[in-house]
Design a protein around this ligand. Structure first.
Ligand code: DGP
Length: 111
């Protein structure tokens, strides 16, 4: 997707701090971290929103990659995954991404 910032990160056209990659999934640090660990786990192929994801295997790979990122950062026992789906939920980049947050306490319910 030509104008997608996360497609450009996946393609290494713009720099990021990669923390994980495999054939289907890439994870990199968020540029505006909200916790000591704040990484974004994305599919390599462009999928705009979670609601557009229809590949169960890829969904599992994203979840497993997110867990690995948390564990590798030393937060495997306490971390949070967030997916904003749609502008009304706070999604600002329309390439599916799981936020992986860790390293501080989290309140519930989220804001
Ligand atoms: P969301 O609001 O759920 O769509 O989250 C988008 C996140 O993407 C937000 O936390 C900031 C991050 N972000 C936006 N542009 C870039 C970028 O160019 N590089 C990196 N590393 N993160 C970005």
């Amino acid at each position: 997707m030509p104008d997608c910032i996360f497609c450009k990160i996946v393609a290494r056209e713009i720099p990021s701090q990669l923390v994980y990659e495999d054939t289907d999934v890439v994870a990199f640090n968020d540029q505006n971290p909200r916790a000591p660990l704040h990484a974004l786990v994305v599919p390599r192929r462009h999928i705009a929103r979670l609601a557009d994801l229809d590949d169960a295997a890829l969904a599992g790979k994203l979840a497993l990659a997110a867990t690995k990122v948390a564990k590798d950062a030393g937060h495997g026992e306490s971390f949070r995954l967030v997916v904003n789906n749609g502008a009304g939920s706070g999604q600002s980049v329309f390439h599916l991404h799981f936020h992986v947050l860790g390293g501080r306490p989290f309140s519930w319910p989220p804001g």
